[in-house]
Design a protein around this ligand. Structure first.
Ligand code: F0G
Length: 355
């Protein structure tokens, strides 16, 4: 008898009863979700608790966006959409384009000119998107995307589309399902603020249903040059090398503030230097290579380690894969190759420090 395979079916089939789909909704899935929860001995030691990494770079297009996108594209298809549009700092566009290609929809993406990591741009191009680069930032892209959807026959799938948040909340469900209880603290980067809102929704729904007894404090971290929540107002010219979270006027402002305040949480800032250093340490200490924005939560936890209660269970969402932006990752490295030698075993042993 062959062993029974346990195939993860994607977040819609795994969590169907929690999502705004009907039996008639076509399920457009690339097998997203079911991502690893990796224990970090390094961070656990620093906070004197148990720290887990929710590795969202393992999703089909390499970021957490796929959870919301399977839901949004499926619903859009069910409603008869032929074309979809989004504004993006790169990951939403990579995700939307892949799901649109799978569904046979026409994808249109609006991105800030020259501010998208090469890997993300390649994803959108390869999946057949019309890529429009805009002279402006993400916030201006979102305005144009909204206007396009208002005035032309194209469906908007940014996280202002509530179906996106619904799909993304499944990450909280997975965490509780695996740990058996909600963590004490959930840490994640904040940009347009859809994800912190989605996690909080998921944790609340599981608690209200009695599946978990508690909800975590939500700790969000923004890049210092793009930290409207920390300043308390939108900013016109956000700047950070973590381009994924280079956003000055987050769309889910009220939802994120509610997540922060209702959970007795916080949204603080970290510097670009702290982000790069956390990115490097996470890769070299745990083998988890994430993109710069994804390291913001790790940088934030390191800054605030002394404020974490001893023995706490902490989950950090690392949102996107490091391979999306190798240029920024390597920008802080002096030389990619340590040594160039002739093909000789002794020479190799010598430079490897084995002799
Ligand atoms: N981390 C990564 C890797 C992201 O791509 C984003 C957002 C965030 C964190 C922040 O999440 O916006 O829900 O607060 N990227 C969007 C995009 C804006 O267009 O790909 P958020």
């Amino acid at each position: 008898m062959p062993r029974q395979a346990h195939l993860w079916r994607g977040v819609i089939e795994e969590y169907r009863e929690w999502l705004p789909v009907t039996p008639q909704t076509p399920v457009i899935s690339l097998g997203e979700g079911g991502t690893p929860l990796v224990h970090s001995g390094w961070l656990s030691g620093i906070v004197h608790g148990d720290v887990w990494l929710k590795v969202e770079g393992n999703n089909p297009t390499g970021s957490f966006k796929d959870r919301g996108m399977t839901a949004a594209i499926s619903v859009a298809c069910g409603e008869g959409a032929k074309a979809v549009v989004c504004a993006s700092t790169g990951n939403t566009s990579a995700s939307m384009t892949a799901y649109a290609a799978h569904a046979g929809l026409t994808p249109i993406v609006l991105v800030p000119h020259g501010k998208i990591a090469a890997g993300k741009m390649a994803q959108a191009v390869m999946c057949g998107a019309t890529v429009i680069q805009l002279n402006g930032g993400f916030d201006q892209c979102l305005q144009v995307a909204r206007d396009l959807a208002d005035q032309y026959p194209v469906a908007l799938v940014n996280s202002v589309n509530p179906v996106r948040i619904q799909g993304q909340k499944t990450a909280s469900f997975e965490i509780v399902d695996v740990l058996g209880e909600a963590p004490d603290l959930h840490v994640l980067p904040v940009g347009n603020a859809g994800n912190i809102s989605a996690y909080w929704l998921g944790y609340r729904e599981y608690a209200e249903a009695g599946i978990s007894q508690n909800t975590p404090a939500m700790w969000g971290f923004q890049a210092e040059g793009a930290a409207p929540f920390v300043l308390g107002h939108p900013i016109e010219h956000p700047e950070t090398l973590a381009t994924a979270i280079r956003i000055g006027n987050p769309a889910s402002w009220h939802l994120a503030v509610a997540a922060r305040d209702d959970s007795a949480g916080r949204i603080h800032a970290v510097t670009d230097q702290q982000i790069l250093s956390a990115q490097r340490e996470l890769a070299s200490r745990e083998g988890v290579f994430v993109e710069p924005a994804s390291a913001a939560g790790v940088a934030g936890l390191l800054n605030s380690a002394a404020e974490v209660e001893r023995g706490a269970t902490v989950v950090i969402t690392v949102t996107g894969h490091g391979l999306k932006d190798t240029e920024t990752a390597l920008s802080g490295v002096d030389s990619i190759v340590d040594s160039v030698i002739e093909p000789d075993v002794h020479a190799a042993a010598q430079v490897a420090g084995l002799v």
